[in-house]
Design a protein around this ligand. Structure first.
Ligand SMILES: CC(C)(COP(=O)(O)OP(=O)(O)OC[C@H]1O[C@@H](n2cnc3c(N)ncnc32)[C@H](O)[C@@H]1OP(=O)(O)O)[C@@H](O)C(=O)NCCC(=O)NCCS
Length: 170
């Protein structure tokens, strides 16, 4: 039985272990560690089975070149332990965390850089249609989701992720 909940203080190592195993390298775990250190872990949700953490998604603040008001978050990273992938846990984490942000009400929009075929199912559409672009040359892989009516109004230009993302090269 899988359930989702907020991460508690003291659980960082378990979250890092999920990303290390999910991505098969340390970069995303290091990203999560640095986001935590900087206090840029704006929102996060974990999935657990019994007492084991098997998945984790996090959101951090983004800066918009024009119209920035501090109400846009970037979704990254999301990871599920390899043995638990393909069973709906990643989708549950993303849907549930987006629902939480929607009901909390202060986040206007979320951006993500990922596979359009995966993220379209959660409502993400190419950010270029909203006149937004990333700094990685993501093209249509850079997507956006408004969490409120008019959530994207007034935003355009380059979207910068939190400084911790500077360590990621691919
Ligand atoms: C991506 C990931 C979080 C999805 O979680 P999951 O629990 O395995 O996914 P779900 O069971 O909810 O959904 C399965 C769907 O995701 C797709 N999928 C799985 N990994 C994917 C990936 N890396 N990129 C794109 N799609 C992926 C599967 O093909 C499947 O698609 P389908 O429903 O059309 O058959 C997980 O597979 C993972 O940790 N992968 C390694 C890390 C990673 O690539 N993270 C995403 C980039 S930030």
């Amino acid at each position: 039985m899988i359930h989702t909940r907020r991460a508690r203080p003291g659980e960082l190592q378990a979250l890092l272990a999920v990303h290390r195993a999910a991505f098969g390298r340390n970069d995303e775990a290091e990203l999560v560690r640095r986001l935590h250190l900087a206090g840029d872990n704006s929102s996060e949700l974990l999935a657990e089975t019994g007492t084991d953490v098997v998945g984790h998604v996090m959101y951090s603040p983004c800066r918009i070149e024009h119209g920035d008001d501090g109400h846009v978050l970037g979704l990254a990273p999301v990871g599920v332990l390899p043995a638990w992938q393909g069973q709906g846990i990643g989708s549950t984490l993303i849907r549930q965390s987006l629902d939480n942000l929607r009901s909390e009400g202060h986040v206007r929009a979320v951006v993500v850089l990922g596979d359009p075929a995966y993220y379209a199912r959660f409502g993400f559409t190419p950010a270029s249609r909203a006149h937004l672009h990333d700094t990685y040359g993501g093209g249509d892989a850079f997507m956006v989701l408004a969490l409120q009516p008019g959530g994207l109004a007034g935003y355009h230009g380059r979207v910068d992720y939190a400084p911790a993302f500077d360590l990621l090269t691919d």
